[in-house]
Design a protein around this ligand. Structure first.
Ligand SMILES: Nc1ncnc2c1ncn2[C@@H]1O[C@H](COP(=O)(O)OP(=O)(O)O)[C@@H](O)[C@H]1O
Ligand SMILES: [Mg+2]
Length: 312
C-alpha cells in the first residue's frame, strides 16, 4: 500500500502559487525527500499532507485516508517534526515528553515506555532531567523527533530536520532517521541540502516554484546528467568586462548551462572535441587557477534543470 498518494495538489495564498499542481506517491517503508530552495513550497506541502491546511485544488491521501475529510484518522498515524520547534525551554527533556504525551492522550505507562526506548536511541539518555534551554540545536532537534514518535506513528514528517545544524549534528540526525526507518517507520522529509537527499533517501522529488521538476532515485537523477560533463574552473570574474566573458562562453557550441559563484565557474558541456580549448581561449586574459572535470551531484541536477543553485 502507498503511504502517500498526491494528485495535482495545489495551494494558492492570495494568488501566490505556493504549491502548483504536484503529483507523487510515497511507498510504505521509504525515506522520501522533497528537495528544493527556500520558498519552493516544501512546508506548504507538508502542512497540506498533515491536514493543517486545505488544498485549493487537487487531492491527496495518507494510508488511503483523504487529507480533507479524514484528518482525524490521519493524525493518529503520522508524526510531525515542524520547521519551527515547539519545545518548552523551561521544562526538562522528560517533562516536555510527558507534557506532549498527555496532549496526545497517551497513557502514562506508554509515555514512560516510549521515553525509555527513544532517549537512548537518540543519544539523550543522560540529559533526561536537564532543562531544554541548555540543549544544543542538535539535541533540541533530536528531542523534537522523540516527541513526534511518542504515539508510534507509521509515517514521520520532518520539515528541514537539519537546517542550521553543524555537519556532525546533521550526520547524527541522519543516523537516527535511518534507525527509525529500519524499525519500520516511513519517512517524508524536506530539505534544501542536496547531500541530505543524496545520503539518506530512497527517492527524491526536486521542487521549485511549487512544481516538481524531477523525481527519481538519487543515483538515477545523477545518471541522467552523465551524458553531460561538468567542468569546474577556478577563476575570478568581477568586472563588467569579465562578466561579458560569461556571455561569450554561453555562445560556444556545446555549452548547455553555466553558473558562476564564489570564484568557481561551472560549465555543463556536451562531449565535443575542441570545446575546452575554446573555453580556455575565451578566458585567456583571465587567470585560470585550476580546471577539473567533476562527477555530477544532486546540486548539479538542480542547476541543470533550473539554471540556478539550491542556495542562491
Ligand atoms: N500562509 C501563507 N500566506 C501567504 N503566503 C505563504 C503562506 N505560506 C507560504 N507562503 C508562500 O508560499 C511560498 C512557498 O512557501 P513554503 O511552502 O514555506 O516554502 P519552503 O518551505 O519550500 O521554503 C512562498 O512564496 C511563501 O512566501
Ligand atoms: Mg519551509
Amino acid at each position: 500500500m502507498s503511504a502517500i498518494v498526491v494528485e495535482n495538489l495545489k495551494k494558492y495564498f492570495n494568488g501566490i502559487k505556493a504549491v502548483d499542481g504536484v503529483s507523487f506517491e510515497v511507498e510504505e517503508g521509504e525515506i522520501f525527500a522533497l528537495l528544493g530552495p527556500n520558498g519552493a513550497g516544501k512546508t506548504t506541502t507538508v502542512r497540506l499532507l498533515t491536514c493543517q491546511i486545505k488544498p485549493t485544488e487537487g487531492k491527496a491521501s495518507v494510508f488511503g485516508y483523504d487529507i480533507v475529510k479524514e484528518g482525524n484518522k490521519i493524525r493518529k498515524l503520522i508524526g510531525i517534526v515542524p520547521q519551527e520547534r515547539a519545545l518548552n525551554e523551561l521544562l526538562t527533556a522528560e517533562q516536555n515528553l510527558y507534557f506532549y504525551g498527555m496532549l496526545y492522550d497517551l497513557p502514562k505507562r506508554q509515555i514512560k515506555r516510549k521515553i525509555d526506548e527513544l532517549l537512548p536511541i537518540m543519544g539523550l539518555e543522560h540529559r533526561r532531567k536537564e532543562l531544554v534551554k541548555n540543549f544544543s540545536g542538535g539535541m533540541k532537534q533530536r528531542l523534537s523527533i522523540i516527541l513526534a514518535l511518542l504515539h508510534e506513528p507509521k509515517l514521520l514528517f520532518l520539515d528541514e530536520p537539519t537546517t542550521g545544524l553543524d555537519p556532525q549534528a546533521r550526520r547524527h540526525i541522519w543516523k537516527f532517521i535511518r534507525e527509525i526507518n529500519d524499525k519500520g517507520t516511513t519517512v517524508f522529509l524536506t530539505t534544501h541540502y542536496m547531500e541530505e537527499a543524496d545520503n539518506l533517501c530512497n527517492r527524491v522529488a526536486i521542487i521549485d516554484n511549487g512544481k516538481i521538476i524531477a523525481l527519481d532515485k538519487p543515483s538515477n537523477l545523477k545518471r541522467k546528467l552523465e551524458r553531460e560533463k561538468i567542468v569546474e574552473i577556478e577563476v575570478d570574474i568581477e568586472t563588467d568586462a569579465e562578466k561579458k566573458l560569461l556571455e561569450k562562453l554561453k555562445g560556444i557550441e556545446g555549452i548547455k548551462h553555466l553558473n558562476y559563484s564564489n570564484g568557481i565557474l561551472k560549465l555543463f558541456v556536451e562531449d565535443r572535441k575542441g570545446l575546452l580549448l575554446d573555453v580556455i581561449k575565451t578566458l585567456s586574459e583571465k587567470n585560470i587557477k585550476a580546471m577539473a572535470t567533476v562527477e555530477p551531484t544532486l546540486e548539479d541536477v538542480f542547476i541543470s534543470l533550473t539554471g540556478k543553485r539550491l542556495r542562491d
